[in-house]
Write a protein that binds this ligand. Structure first.
Ligand SMILES: [Zn+2]
Ligand SMILES: [Zn+2]
Ligand SMILES: [Zn+2]
Length: 354
């Protein structure tokens, strides 16, 4: 049953997770609807009325007022969480719902959530006033608990008052040195947890996950200068200049250890990694990470500290066959010993090259 007989278009369709309600339904030609999401963001509740004396000029979109007719009282009080106790009592009165004087706000709300408009209810309009500052950061938490009926609420309030009286009596007794009168009763807790995200926020989270997890995003590549692995999007192809390549030389390396995986003469003797190069036989783009790019593309190129040319070129592919096979069958401890000697040399070069 509905208490608004004049509302001909009561839309209960889903949009961004929120239901919609009819606006200005008395003006049947102009009947339209807005979402509760919009109402929560832009409006505060003004008053509830059974008469339509609102001046058209003061109405939305010309004026600050918005008159709404929801499909049910329950939907309205559940979807619009800014009703004060006074508002809830006014709505209850117009619907003939009697509220005990002691009830708290949540209980008044529950009483309205349980109300079902019978034929005796008048057709009611709810008038909202536009806010000066919209509630942009408000996160709507729907009522997850079942409404409790006002009779049990009254009992609860009475029990609470009794407990309060008991506690006062106990305090008084304690002062007189008497024994306490039994354990205190704890009130039940109702907390909206976990917070429920809006549909837009959920969609944003899913979209972000899809971008982060897409195969394009997960691709990796090697920097030709420092041979470190980076996400492909962090690497940029750079056209190498002569000065750039000359800074990547290392004249300490014996000639037989120099890389032969690419034409090193064409690259001015630069020590590079073939996996980050676009062309091995001739000068081509070099894939570089941000650090190497910064050091090398400045007006006066410097050798990046992490560059393999800075004594971090292992020359594994250029090893003589017997050394290669010796390393292949070396024990864990032998490899650690070699690594230790290597680390000392690297530390030395890091310190002297400041
Ligand atoms: Zn009613
Ligand atoms: Zn690099
Ligand atoms: Zn390589």
């Amino acid at each position: 049953m509905s208490c608004n007989t004049q509302a001909t278009q009561v839309h209960v369709d889903e949009d961004s997770g929120a239901r919609r309600l009819v606006v200005n339904s008395r003006d049947l030609d102009g009947a339209r609807d807005v979402s509760y999401e919009f109402l929560r963001r832009e409006y505060s509740f003004d008053h509830v009325t059974v008469t339509d004396v609102i001046n058209r000029l003061s109405e939305n979109p010309l004026g600050p007022y918005l008159t709404c007719v929801p499909s049910s009282v329950r939907e309205l009080v559940e979807q619009f969480p800014f009703f004060s106790v006074a508002h809830l009592r006014a709505i209850a009165q117009i619907h003939g719902v009697s509220l005990h004087g002691r009830l708290q706000r949540g209980m008044c709300k529950d009483a309205l959530r349980l109300h079902d408009c019978e034929g005796s209810c008048p057709s009611v309009s709810y008038v909202f006033h536009v806010l000066k500052r919209p509630r942009h950061n408000y996160i709507f938490v729907p009522d997850l608990h079942r409404p409790s009926n006002s009779y049990s609420n009254e009992c609860y309030m009475k029990a609470k008052e009794n407990t309060k009286k008991q506690r006062q009596r106990r305090a008084a007794n304690a002062l007189e040195g008497l024994a306490p009168v039994g354990p205190p009763a704890e009130p039940p807790l109702v907390s909206p947890f976990p917070p429920v995200q809006s549909f837009a926020a959920k969609r944003e989270i899913i979209r972000e996950w899809q971008v982060e997890m897409s195969p394009d995003h997960l691709q990796e590549g090697v920097c030709a200068v420092c041979v470190q692995i980076f996400a492909a999007e962090l690497l940029v192809d750079v056209v190498p200049s002569k000065e750039m390549l000359l800074t990547l030389n290392n004249n300490w390396l014996p000639a037989e250890t120099r890389p032969r995986t690419y034409d090193i003469a064409k690259y001015e003797g630069a020590i590079l990694c073939c996996h980050g190069m676009s062309c091995l036989g001739n000068i081509g783009d070099l894939r570089m990470c941000l650090c190497c790019r910064r050091s090398l593309s400045s007006p006066k190129p410097r050798q990046p500290k992490d560059a393999i040319a800075n004594f971090q070129y292992y020359g594994v592919s250029e090893l003589p066959v017997d050394v290669k096979s010796a390393l292949a069958c070396a024990s864990q401890f032998e490899l650690q010993l070699i690594a230790l000697a290597r680390a000392t040399v690297i530390t030395h070069h890091y310190q002297t090259k400041g």
